[in-house]
Design a protein around this ligand. Sequence first.
Ligand SMILES: [Zn+2]
Length: 275
Amino acid sequence: MKNLLLIASLLTHSCLAQQVAVTLDDLPFGYSAGMSDSMKIASAKKILTILEEFDIKATGFVTSSNMSEENQVILDMWLKEAHDLGNHTHRHYNFNEVTAAKYIADIDSCKLLAGEWINTDYFRYSMLRRGNTKAKRDSVYAFLETEDYIIAPVSIDNNEWIYNRDYSRALRNNDEEKMIKIGNEYIEHMKEVSLKYEKMGVELTGRSVRHILLLHANPINAKYLHTLLGWYKSEGWEFITLQEAMEDSIYATNGDLVSDYGWSQIDKLQKIGKK
Ligand SMILES: [Zn+2]
């Protein structure tokens, strides 16, 4: 009987597809080792074409200090494809190194400079860092609440930015062999962390949670996003919007963790021992 119940529960679980919302930070375009604006625009087009091919409505987060007269057309392109855009601060500070007042002013700067493109209330912390003291954290929480921002968490945290940094340098040096090696390692890493957070989510809640994937608009994704999304699809994952993902109760709490580090929501809930 026990075995039958176990089989039934496994079957139920396997019928429920894993779901993931795709988010890309640091728009118009993130770390790219000195790429020209025209190269950034071409790479952004590739990313948007891939999203369209997988029928994904993504959410992009704008870091307004990455904007230039020439590359802001990338934001027009995102809106034209009916994706959502949120605020990701102006200077992308490490919140551990600045005051809450300075951090809040930086959120306002992004709104001022990129407000004509930002079409949602979503806000994502730079480096996911929410404040290394309770006072700093709570000041920004209070500001975000007053201004009706919605904090956009992530569930699948990862080292994509490190792979991108190395890939971008190899690209600049025209080192094709190295680019392929890093690209393959990137995909393996993303598979590993996706399965890890899926498993942790199930352990935490007893079900498959709605995931939010953290990526960046960057050179490695201009080349490898197609492979990555193809892997999710082949594994039976469904693509959902950030709004749909955030209906999951795991995102209902900010949690009371004060830390130097920016955590995935799943790591956070596990650390503070809440479901
Ligand atoms: Zn960022």
